[in-house]
Design a protein around this ligand. Structure first.
Ligand SMILES: [Zn+2]
Length: 148
């Protein structure tokens, strides 16, 4: 067997959002297990995502853009978060672990990034439309000195 055909095994140490460090075994670049608990990393990530999704979905109207309005530390590894639904104005307060709070924060950052990207695209489209209107007005003598 040539060297390139042998599976490449590697162990990497990863720091989870909670601050805990775990070792992940990789075989040919794919994670195979968390060596400290025997949990598949995908299972851990799925549970975390489920908790974050539950936090961001409104129990009253089902809206999926629930937003935190207050964050306070609650003990060494938990957060007390006041949430507000922008759709129905429902509010609730909950206590979550660090990793869920960080997942919530990342989800909101992704939402903010998506909004910023949309705003940038709209601004570019509006600027292009303004240039086209100005070009049309100039080429058809629709601009007069008193317009300025
Ligand atoms: Zn709601």
């Amino acid at each position: 067997m040539r060297d390139s055909e042998q599976p490449k095994s590697e162990i990497r140490t990863v720091r989870l959002p909670s601050g805990r460090q775990v070792e992940i075994s990789y075989l040919d670049g794919a994670a195979v297990s968390l060596s400290d608990q025997g949990l598949a990393i995908n299972e851990f990530e799925a549970e975390l995502q489920e908790s974050v999704d539950a936090l961001l979905n409104c129990g009253e109207c089902g809206c999926d853009t629930v937003q935190p309005v207050e964050w306070d530390g609650y003990g060494p590894s938990r957060w007390k978060i006041e949430l507000r639904c922008p759709n129905c104005e429902a509010r609730c307060t909950t206590i979550v672990e660090d990793d869920v709070a960080e997942g919530c924060d990342r989800a909101h950052q992704r939402g903010a990034d998506a909004l910023e990207l949309t705003l940038t695209k709209l601004a570019e489209e509006n600027a292009e439309r303004d240039v086209q209107r100005l070009r049309f007005a100039l080429s058809n003598n629709h601009l007069l000195p008193e317009d300025f």
